[in-house]
Design a protein around this ligand. Structure first.
Ligand code: UDP
Length: 241
């Protein structure tokens, strides 16, 4: 953290994790009005002065585990999942540029006719130019998730925080949709979250965040302006740190 208040940003660089499902609506995998709305939120978030990298999931199109359950090998299914994240990133990249901010998709799997290949220096160079960097194709390896990618890239790219967008506004004592008495944590430690069995991210992603001391802020992507609010230290969210 480098400062406080609304003028100097709380963070210097952030990785926002957006699931594939966040881009879908009304049975459409990539729902354009939804993509446009999230893109506008990301562009608004850049106005805080925080450099923003975005890891996008692919669950709205393919998930490796689901594909392999239908008889395709897991590595092939996972590759299909990673390719799905590239489609989502390209949709978001176009929408961000339409909303008036430069954006670059960097893919962990080389596809030079489509976008640039991810490497750490290239990502940092683009981030420092104020471009929104879309980190596509996950880690580039099967058997991982885009949550793990977000934590990994945060460590590699020296980001101060991971913003995990979900459809609830934080981490609750129990499932708020099932238990009316569930309460939201404002702040909780990695250790406490682990001991209480709270599912913040998948186990691999969470273990990596805990090991590196990466703060994770869980917030709802459904609320317009939520990314900017979280970066300004406002809004409803849970900070795991
Ligand atoms: N995936 C992968 N390696 C990675 C990241 C993702 O193989 O490093 C594959 C995996 O099959 C996964 C799919 O891509 O199911 C989509 O990612 P994820 O499930 O994390 O997307 P989300 O649920 O966030 O939309």
């Amino acid at each position: 953290m480098t400062g406080s208040g609304t003028k100097s940003p709380l963070y210097r660089r952030a990785i926002v994790k957006i699931s594939g499902e966040a881009l879908s609506a009304n049975g459409v995998s990539i729902d354009q009005p939804t993509v446009d709305r999230i893109a506008r939120d990301l562009v608004a978030a850049t106005k805080t002065g925080v450099e923003i990298g975005v890891v996008v999931g692919g669950g709205n199109i393919f998930r490796g585990v689901e594909v392999s359950a239908r008889g395709v090998s897991r590595p092939v299914g996972d590759t299909m999942g990673m390719l799905a994240t590239v489609m989502n990133c390209l949709a978001l990249e176009a929408a961000i540029e339409k909303a008036g901010c430069e954006a670059r998709t960097l893919s962990a799997l080389a596809m030079t006719a489509v976008c640039e290949t991810y490497n750490r220096k290239r990502a940092i160079k683009n981030l420092s130019k104020g471009r929104v960097v879309l980190l596509a194709a996950g880690t580039g390896n099967p058997y991982f998730t885009t949550d793990t990618t977000a934590v990994l890239r945060a460590a590699e790219l020296d980001a101060d925080v991971v913003l995990k967008a979900t459809n609830v506004d934080g981490v609750y004592t129990a499932d708020p949709k099932k238990d009316a008495k569930a309460t939201r944590y404002d702040r909780i430690s990695h250790q406490e979250a682990l001991e209480k069995g709270l599912r913040v991210m998948d186990a691999t992603a969470f273990a990596l965040a805990r090991e590196n001391g990466t703060p994770i802020i869980v917030f709802s992507i459904g609320e317009v302006g939520a990314i900017e609010a979280v970066l300004r230290g406002k809004g409803r969210a849970t900070t795991v740190s």
